[in-house]
Design a protein. Structure first.
Length: 245
């Protein structure tokens, strides 16, 4: 390799080192996006902490990050993140590449759904959610690849039924050639549910499920199921939701 190559590599290493040692508070003031609010910032861009953080209505305390500066040489900003949302925690490795492509790997989270009610525009939402992501890739704001599992317990969603909780459900996500798919089923829900969710690259989504009331279900919810039409010979109703993100 030529001396010019080594000189270029040395300059790049120096610039990366200088950048990652800048105080995080200063960098946030320079380039922090409007939707991100940080307070109590300490440390550097490479390794730091914010006592309080919020983004799009979601609040986190004790946000910590540890960047991988040498990923910059490969054209990607990458960091390990952890924090404490209300009644929960999360940790993940997040990378941002060319064109704003975002990848999330080795992610684990446990959160209160009530803490997400504002961000999801679902007032009154409550319950718990546990998330495990092996890999999630987002391009232009759209998930294009996903492998992981989401479990929800003690779900109370007024948008679905406002009189009583509807129990626990889980989804297993995987990537296909035509987009993202997930199998969805109840764990201890008041509805016997089995369905599938698909999200295609053209932003179209479809959720199709068969569901039936379990013994002891709230009578109001049982009556609401009748709006889905007539059940089949097994007493199951079909639920179909389709649209575009």
């Amino acid at each position: 390799m030529s001396a010019r190559w080594f000189a270029g590599a040395g300059v790049l290493a120096f610039l990366i080192g200088v950048f990652t040692l800048l105080p995080a508070r200063v960098v946030y003031q320079w380039v922090g996006p409007d939707e991100l609010r940080l307070a109590g910032i300490s440390g550097t861009v490479w390794r730091g902490r914010a006592a309080h953080a919020s983004v799009n209505g979601w609040y986190v305390s004790n946000l910590e990050w540890r960047a991988r500066p040498w990923a910059l040489a490969l054209g990607q900003a990458k960091a390990q993140l952890s924090g404490e949302p209300a009644a929960g925690f999360f940790e993940a490795t997040v990378g941002i590449g060319a064109g704003g492509r975002v990848t999330v790997t080795a992610a684990t989270a446990s959160v209160s759904l009530a803490s997400l009610a504002g961000a999801l525009s679902q007032p009154g939402l409550s319950g718990g959610a546990n998330l495990q992501i092996e890999r999630l890739e987002i391009r232009d704001g759209l998930p294009v690849a996903a492998t992981g599992r989401l479990a929800v317990d003690s779900l109370f969603a007024p948008a679905i039924y406002a009189a009583a909780p509807i129990g626990g459900y889980q989804a297993e996500f995987f990537t296909r050639e035509d987009g993202i798919a997930a199998s969805v089923e109840d764990t201890d829900g008041v509805l016997d549910l089995a369905g599938s969710l698909t999200l295609s690259p053209d932003r179209n989504y479809a959720f199709v499920a068969r569901l039936a009331p379990k013994p002891g279900i709230d009578e109001g919810l049982r009556n609401r199921l009748r709006f889905l039409g007539n059940p089949d010979e097994r007493g199951q109703y079909e639920l179909r939701l389709e649209g575009q993100l």
